[in-house]
Design a protein around this ligand. Structure first.
Ligand SMILES: [Zn+2]
Ligand SMILES: [Zn+2]
Length: 167
């Protein structure tokens, strides 16, 4: 059985019931240009399935971790992905093409999990919100220390002013 699949036989027989679930698995190809959920990263999907007139209503939360490269300093960056969802699943062959569907008595949340996780991935990942980045001249990682470029680059005409303002 797929890790994010839920058997919903009980719910179809007894529409008044609900199914609580907590599923764990991994996702393939969940990435954007500069960040991703690794193929072996644990993804936890938890929530509840309810029967509604149009199908099955699934609501809950997805939790995992993203990783990527900091766009400023190019070092590894990572963080938590936590996203809530509430989506209708219609029976296969019913409703719009672009909604989620369930097949018979199995509801598979793999596609939903991937869709919601990808939307949460940082487009511009940072190792820290205050990352200082790299020196554009020498490439020094300015989080690790300063370089001498700034001083050297100052136009000599301004150096007097600069030393005044340095106090
Ligand atoms: Zn950084
Ligand atoms: Zn430098």
């Amino acid at each position: 059985m797929k890790p994010f699949a839920i058997g919903v036989t009980k719910l179809i027989k007894d529409p008044a019931s609900v199914i609580h679930f907590e599923l764990q698995g991994t996702l393939k190809d969940a990435y954007v240009t500069f960040s991703k959920v690794a193929d072996d990263e644990l993804v936890v999907v938890s929530g509840v399935v309810e029967s509604v007139h149009q199908g099955l209503l699934v609501s809950g939360e997805i939790k995992t971790r993203w990783q990527g490269s900091c766009v400023r300093c190019l070092e590894d960056a990572s963080g938590v992905v936590k996203v809530h969802f509430r989506e209708l699943f219609e029976p296969e062959g019913v409703g719009e093409e672009d909604t989620y569907h369930f097949d018979g008595d199995v509801l598979d949340l793999t596609e939903l999990a991937k869709d919601f996780v990808v939307l949460e991935l940082p487009i511009v990942p940072l190792c820290a919100s205050d990352c200082k980045g790299l020196c554009v001249t020498c490439g020094q990682n300015l989080n690790e220390g300063t370089c001498d470029c700034t001083k050297d680059d100052i136009d000599p005409r301004w150096s007097k002013l600069s030393s005044l303002s340095d106090g």
